[in-house]
Design a protein. Sequence first.
Lengths: 155, 467
Amino acid sequence: MLKAAKYILTVLVIGFMVLIYLSGVTPQTSIKDFSAQVAELEGTKALSAQNEQDAFHYLGITSTEYPGFYYWRSSDGMDASEVVVAQCKDQNQVIALKKAIEKRVKNQLDAFAGYAPEQEDHLKKHLIKTRGDYLLYAVGTDDQIKALEATLNGI
Amino acid sequence: MVFSSPVFLIVFLPVVLLLTYLIPGRGKNIVLLIASIFFYAWGEPVYVILMIFACIFNYVCGLEISTYKKSAKFTLVFAIAVNLLILGFFKYWGFILGTINSIPGVNIPYHDLPLPIGISFYTFQAISYIVDVYRKETEPQLNIIDFSLYISMFPQLVAGPIVKYHDIAEQLKTRQLSFENIKAGVPKFVRGLSKKILFADTLGLAYTQIYALGVDNLASVTAWIGIIAYTMQIYFDFSGYSDMAIGLGRMLGFEFQPNFNHPYIAKSITDFWRRWHMSLSTWFRDYVYIPLGGNRVKPARHIFNMLVVWSLTGLWHGAAWTFVAWGLYYGIILVIEKYITGRFIEKLPSILRILITLFFVVIGWVLFSSDTIGDAFNYLIAMFGGAAGSNGVAPGFFDDYSMYYLRTYIIPLLIGGFFCVPFAGNLIAKIQRRSKVIWTIIYIVAMILCIAFMVSSSYSPFLYFRF
């Protein structure tokens, strides 16, 4: 019984490892092409492209550490809309970026709560989606979010 | 969940302590096991399956080794192989494939996997148990709850120290919980939290900012400020986490072995590794170095053994050539120290020995902290004033950035340095003996400062989580 148990457990864990591996495949489209598709969307066109200093200031991350990092943000202080498209070095960086973005959303919610209900609603419905080493984050209207999600699904 | 998060400090820890103290007898271990699984699943909802597998699989193999003597050796090898297969798959898959793909003409498609937090620590604990049972140095654990608790116990689950089963076997069965445990554990925990929040995070920000300037753009002084900040960050980060783990363990009735002993006052590299991450060094000594023959072999074989152990130590820290180089760097220095310079160094004044050791340790952290070997090499060049400057203008020895970072971080660096040496700890111990009130106030102030920093800061990585 003991002897069989160790083999059964080993088979199960190998199956788990295969599943985990298959679930994290990165898309074939390059991050540059993906970001260009995102930049062409109507919602993103209304935003301003941000640089490394902005990424550090607003998101608390060093964007140069990422193989690909694109950040757009509304220049209107009363608008919480923003979009991030990133390619990470590995899944640990994906997790770290996700955490940084969650912190950003929380800070933004604290800032907008109470006096800008529409923006607060957008922040609550924010999108963080990953495919392999790619990450997409967006705050915006439902239509903008749907368009962005479809773009990620389409690559 | 991390120790330095409000949810851990305000909700998780008080609830677990309360339940552990209220529930009688063996129920305590069940509470702790459930709490540990919840703690892990909070951040790793999928990978908790791997940890549960490690608990059941190694429990079964331990029993089998002690029950079926004839096949014990096969079961030992099988158990170690499966443990290393899982560790290797999640930690080294990308590294191996990336290395193979660097051969011209080879392009095997692959992608990296997220590293399950703490996998290096709990895998090594599991292997030490299996080997100890095989060597008959310990009895197999018959109770799966107790064994699973040994593998998954939340205080040391994600960043060590690596606890050997025989050190804790008795405590899993019989341990006393009293107010004395809380009294001893809380200051240790607060000390660790302060190291992490007040020092490691502050100094870590200095290194991150400096490294982000680009290694080609660093003036010599800037590069030294950066790497000295990193030297302190990694010490405060890891020893702080170990202190928190030991303090938490104490509150729950466990006595874990110390993991650090003021490594930056070491008088040789050999001495440094007796003081730095002691639980890992003793693990490699007991389960790799001695089985290879240790030092009771001919010099050539001894050198080989040392280089193997140190390459593996480097690889354990991360799946990258920088870590292998860092491990080999120490392997080579230790060989030189053992066979060439050891006797000469012993005759030098203590302060000189400390400074020489510290110099080599700091150089080692350049390898450890850089993204690539090339970056490490360029960082070393920058430290000695040779950076070329990405815009064609060499930054030289000192520039505006040097002045900025010196002004910004000189105070944290000096305070950090003060707390790296035993003097600060001795001073606090002296205050404790003279006035409990002042000593208590110091810890309360430290705790308040930590909470204030935690709430306001967005930068709080745990460096050793990635190992």
